[in-house]
Write a protein that binds this ligand. Sequence first.
Ligand SMILES: *[C@@H]1O[C@H](CO)[C@@H](O)[C@H](O)[C@H]1NC(C)=O
Ligand SMILES: *[C@@H]1O[C@H](CO)[C@@H](O)[C@H](O)[C@H]1NC(C)=O
Ligand SMILES: *[C@@H]1O[C@H](CO)[C@@H](O)[C@H](O)[C@H]1NC(C)=O
Length: 335
Amino acid sequence: MGLPNSRQGARKVMFLAGFLLSCMLQLVPAQFQPQLSLTSEPIETFVGKDVKLSLRNAPRQFAQCQWFRQSRSGRVENIFTQFGQTQGQPEKGPGHTGRETLRDGCSLYIARLTQSDAANYTVVIQPGPDQQTGQGQQFVGRNLSDSYYLQISSLMSINLNPQRPVQGQDLTLTPQNAPKQLSFCKWVIHPRGGKEKVLEYDPEDTDQQSLSQGRTTLRQDCTLHIRQLDVSDTGNYTVKIESLLNQQQQPGQQPEIGDFQVHKGQVYLDVFQQSGHDPQKGHGPQVARASASLTYNAAVVAGTLLGSLAWADALMPVFSGLFCSLTSLRRKVIP
Ligand SMILES: *[C@@H]1O[C@H](CO)[C@@H](O)[C@H](O)[C@H]1NC(C)=O
Ligand SMILES: *[C@@H]1O[C@H](CO)[C@@H](O)[C@H](O)[C@H]1NC(C)=O
Ligand SMILES: *[C@@H]1O[C@H](CO)[C@@H](O)[C@H](O)[C@H]1NC(C)=O
């Protein structure tokens, strides 16, 4: 079909286009109505920090918005009920711990997270009256809902032995206060200017593990051992440990997402290049010792900062990048 060359033809095409456009505009809200979903900000949450469970694609007006928490025991408790956007304070339910508030409409903000906040959170929204008109009768009275499993990690510090690592030495990195019985351990090494290395250990899955790479060995207690340190080993070392909360898991029973406790830690390793002189003899030691103590300071500062929760903010992007793929694999997606 060629281009219309008469006025009449042009008008027909315009009419047709207008008709199609109006059809599409009518179809869009009905067929592609985006689904209500919950997201966590930040994605990685730590004990002692705050989190916001934000609503995506929420109706602009709602008649009622409710939040529920389902704990590991399966018990469901109401946290908040908000009637309309402008109807004053929300009603607190038995699941309100004193640390929850509602923000930006009906997003749930939880302050000073504890391990017991790890649970399945569900929001139920009854759309407001103006949302139910003009969208076809099938939407009247339909509640919108989504759930999100909030996993909360503990922050670990990492101990270096020796504390002042020098080129040529052997080094052991030990996560502090790590659980004795671990069900998964993963180290991710980002050397300064080198290729990322991943070492992981899963006691259940003995074929699928990389316990050794070159001079680096992962032990079953999740300590990392590096033989004959090289300056190229300088970089970020990040560890993630998972342990089962309930050690009396029935054999053969698949653990659920909520059965895991997650521990994370990071340290920046700075390997000092040994001076040409042997520190044991000659005039070398002065120089070597001074520089080594600089390295020591850097390493200790990194370890100490990591122990303080204030640093968790700086870690978020790193952890998010490193572990999101894993977390999202394990997180059940609720349609
Ligand atoms: C969370 O709760 C919702 C609603 O009760 C349920 O459909 C979903 O399976 C639960 N998710 C998890 C991971 O327990
Ligand atoms: C929507 O949710 C409200 C409050 O939870 C409930 O009273 C109502 O019955 C629900 N409506 C439908 C259609 O499920
Ligand atoms: C190591 O981590 C810190 C803090 O997250 C970051 O600023 C730095 O760029 C990282 N360095 C490397 C080599 O990845």
